[in-house]
Design a protein around this ligand. Sequence first.
Ligand SMILES: Cc1ncc(COP(=O)(O)O)c(C=O)c1O
Length: 577
Amino acid sequence: MCRAGFRYGREVLIMCSPIKKSIGKLVSGVIVAGFFMLPFTGAYAQDRAGLEDLSPFELKEALIAEASEGGRDILNAGRGNPNFLATMPRHAFFQLGVFALREAERSTALFPQGVTGFPQRKGLEDRFRAFAKENRNVPGVSFLVEAVSYVHVQLGMNADDFLYEMCEGILGAFYPVPGRMLTHSERIVAEYLRLEMIGKQPFAGDFDIFAVEGGTAAMTYIFNTMRENFLIRPGDSIALGSPIFSPYLEIPHLDDYRLNIVNMHADPARGWQYSKQELDKLRNPKVKAFFLVNPSNPPSVKMDRESLEYIGEILKARPDLIILTDDVYGTFADDFVSLFALYPKNTILVYSYSKYFGSTGWRLGVIATHRENVLDGKLAKLSKKQLAQLHERYKSLVTEPENLKFIDRLVADSRAVALNHTAGLSTPQQVQMVLFSLHSLMDTSDTYKNALKQLIRSRKEALYREIGIPSEQADENRVDYYTVLGMEYLVELGYDRELTDWLLKNTDPMEILFRLAREERVVLLPGRGFGTLNPTWRVSLANLDESDYVQIGRAIHKVMAGYIERYNRETGKNPKP
Ligand SMILES: Cc1ncc(COP(=O)(O)O)c(C=O)c1O
């Protein structure tokens, strides 16, 4: 028999009797009799206060050291780095490289041994077709053939021109020109962003893209240029949607920026959505920008339609508000719509290829801004003194620096302005980015997307099953790249509030993390480091196999049972589930 159990976020989890029984058995039975909580001796005991100050990613190192003591294998679910990667666009990359080099070597006769010239544009498509025929059974080659047809037929590009940009790019023999992004590459990536970030949402006008070394580089560039251009000044306020990727909690505090943070807390009781009250903080004119990750990290839910629309209401009163949205997880969501799709003039979009294509090592990301945007509007309205200062800064680039767009300032600032001519993402990186983008664009039945969603969601099922929590799929906004667990939630499953309160008062979430590491070899990250208000733990669902999540679920179940046993001993009570 199943009864309604505890409310976790928006989902009401259902607690089935057999699961309750199994926790009950753990608490009162043989297993827990042998589960004796030893005092800590390691890093946790020695430097408890010091550990509090560490960011979750630094703390992770201490947890790994604890878990791997004696050379044991560990279960590290602290990492967001996926343990999967897209194969076909990589096969295509290497085959394109073979073709490009062969093209370059057509001019070896003109050079000394071991040296060659560049591919020639004329007749490139014909020679590519011959190469493809010759290598038709080599993985990646038919993908390339389809890609050439796709860009020609669907995007109206000249095949020779496209292939030339790709061959020249993959050989990496020229500086990236234009520095913001190669021309054909930008168009293809724009199509990809339209597909994944805008979808069916009506969207007017065009946007520019700056290709960068991942989402984190994007943030570094954006904050720097906003400061240099007086769009954010020390003492200004910036609203942070939290919980959030923890490094983003730190940037505004840096001496470089000295910004005041207005926290906007997503509410676990509302499925980690923002209440209207929280969103109303954006109405304060002192708040210059709203900085968020959507879908969020770690709750891993996309912003719901109601909130997206409510932000539209707020923008009517705050047309000057800058929105900075990091949508790296958008591709894992169902029917994702970015704030950039709805409010392009106010929004700077940051997207990274790291997670979806398993390509953190490639360092691939983009910044997109609409051609008409509030940033350029604000630049035009700076004081005379500020305009004069910026004229000096950018005068070596253009004759009318006043008209230099925000996105082009980003490019220049990324190389200290003076080195602008060397700016831009390396061209082989841009080629891989194009092939990743085409992989999604050509996958009209979403085979890759559905496979990834299925992969992470079935890991979550396994984890929750073993902890003893039925995992419902009811919330359409859930993404499940991570999941957030909290002791109070888990205990509320089967026990009364008294026990939960005791646990919150008498246990230290950090100790639980170290206990999981030391006793169970399991590494999770503290949710508090990401800005959750209650003690929670982040479990990444992306970086281990399903059987590992089974083990992690069992470990959490066991540690929880140990704490309940301690409660029984210390209070003399024996709550029954
Ligand atoms: C929200 C968010 N943005 C960016 C990143 C890192 O992106 P990149 O590898 O593109 O720098 C992460 C990684 O965990 C993330 O969670």
